[in-house]
Design a protein around this ligand. Structure first.
Ligand code: NZQ
Ligand code: ZN
Length: 386
């Protein structure tokens, strides 16, 4: 096992009827900016619950943060923070609203002139404006980590940021919110969380038995509950397991002491930036070709995953690893998610070259757990995903 340090300061408040506990977490004298997305919270009753809980607190609202949170919109929110002397942020939404709020937490205290530098120059935030979240969509794990991904339409960029100052102070996880989530977003959530685990597991063994089994148990749980989650009828037990699995998939725990990859995400973010494809779907597009292209370095772990998660018992390591890749693609398809770029756009020629060029320009010359994934290899992987 590799050396590691682990600190996750986010307080999780999990369960039915927990939204009302917000007011116990926010300082009574705070001036709060309540941030939300395109309005789903007004249709499903979450907004009313939040407003009731905040009845005795000074609150201003900012709605309209789009999926793949947009820099230009966030700058408008930043203006509100500055002109209205906001002291505390509350995100009510999925990964996009929470990530947008993290950007604002960082930008509110940033002393430079151009907040985009936080992303472009990868400036880590040691201490941001305090914020909490009410999660409405299990998927990203953003509710219990310190990372965010922000989109800039103007330049077709999607870049990551983070730092120890960007953990939410608290996150409310009420599985009842799953009731109103559309099928497409439920499938996205399952696929995103599944891939988060894969990125932190499908590398090489350092004999970290517990981390491996944490990872495998999250994958098994997601596979087991997926049909119930996608079923029209809401099931609280499955929703609870779904929500907690998504949080655990990316709150830092399973990646401690082990090598991680994250190339699927790095490439996937470019597909969202270029074509607007949902984040989770970009991952489903890249996973198979990434694992095929890097088969030799990943096959031992692929075979272990095949055996332990998919109960593959036949054949040697190569056979099991190949079968495990097929099972993974079949899992994405069982969620109703297409796994080729050409399923999403007919305009895909040249995409591989463009992404390889972007990586070269940014100096991303050696991704993956062995720091051996060059832009040339990235180009090949994207081509294989056409
Ligand atoms: O905008 P509203 O009206 O709220 O509607 C949203 C949005 O249209 C809707 N929705 C959310 N909760 C709902 C609901 N509809 C009905 N009922 C509810 N309870 O779902 C749509 C998608 O929401 P979004 O927040 O965009 O989805 P998700 O949580 O998948 O977040 C995706 C973003 O997170 C980033 C992605 O790149 C993408 O920008 N990620 C963030 C990560 C992190 N911070 O750790 C890691 C991930 O790998 C990912 O990159
Ligand atoms: Zn993701």
């Amino acid at each position: 096992m590799n050396n590691f340090e682990f600190k996750n300061p986010t307080k999780i408040i999990f369960g039915k009827d927990t939204i009302k506990k917000i007011n116990e977490e926010i300082p009574a004298d705070a001036k709060v900016l309540l941030l939300y997305g395109g309005g789903s919270i007004k249709k499903n009753g979450i907004y009313n619950q939040v407003k009731e809980a905040l009845a005795n607190i000074d609150v201003i609202e900012f709605g309209g943060i789009p999926a793949n949170p947009e820099y230009a919109t966030l700058l408008e929110a930043l203006e509100v923070i500055k002109t209205k002397n906001i002291t505390y942020l509350l995100a009510v939404g999925g990964g996009s609203v929470i990530d947008g709020t993290k950007f604002l937490s960082a930008a509110a205290v940033y002393e430079g002139k151009t907040p985009w530098d936080i992303l472009q120059k990868n400036i880590r935030t040691e201490k941001g404006m305090l914020f909490g979240t009410v999660l409405t969509l299990p998927a990203t794990g953003s509710e219990m980590n310190s990372g965010a991904v922000i989109t800039r339409k103007e330049t077709k960029e999607k870049l990551a940021m983070g730092g120890p100052g960007l953990f939410p102070q608290f996150s409310i996880l009420d599985p009842e919110v799953v009731k109103s989530i559309p099928q497409r977003q439920l499938a996205n959530g399952l696929a995103d969380a599944f891939t988060h685990v894969l990125e932190q597991y499908m590398t090489y063994s350092v004999d970290a038995k517990l981390q491996d089994r944490f990872a495998e148990s999250i994958l098994q749980t997601l596979i087991e509950i997926a049909p119930t989650i996608l079923n029209d009828e809401f099931d609280y037990k499955a929703a609870s397991n779904f929500m907690w699995s998504c949080t655990m998939a990316l709150n830092g725990l399973i990646q401690k002491g082990v090598p991680t990859d994250w190339a699927i995400h790095a490439i996937g973010h470019e597909l969202t930036a270029l074509y607007g494809i949902d984040h989770a779907r970009t991952l489903a597009i890249i996973t198979e070709s990434h694992y095929k292209h890097n088969f030799e370095t990943k096959k031992d772990k692929l075979a272990q995953y095949g055996e332990r998660v998919w109960n593959i018992t036949e054949g040697n390591v190569d056979d099991k690893a190949q079968a495990a890749i097929k099972k993974t693609t079949a899992f994405f398809k069982s969620l109703g998610i297409d796994t080729k770029l050409s399923d999403y756009t007919s305009d895909y020629e040249g995409t591989a070259k463009e992404i390889a060029k972007r990586f070269t320009d940014r100096g991303w010359l050696a991704l993956g757990e062995h720091q051996s994934l060059s832009p040339e290899k990235v180009e090949k992987i994207v081509e294989m995903a056409y």
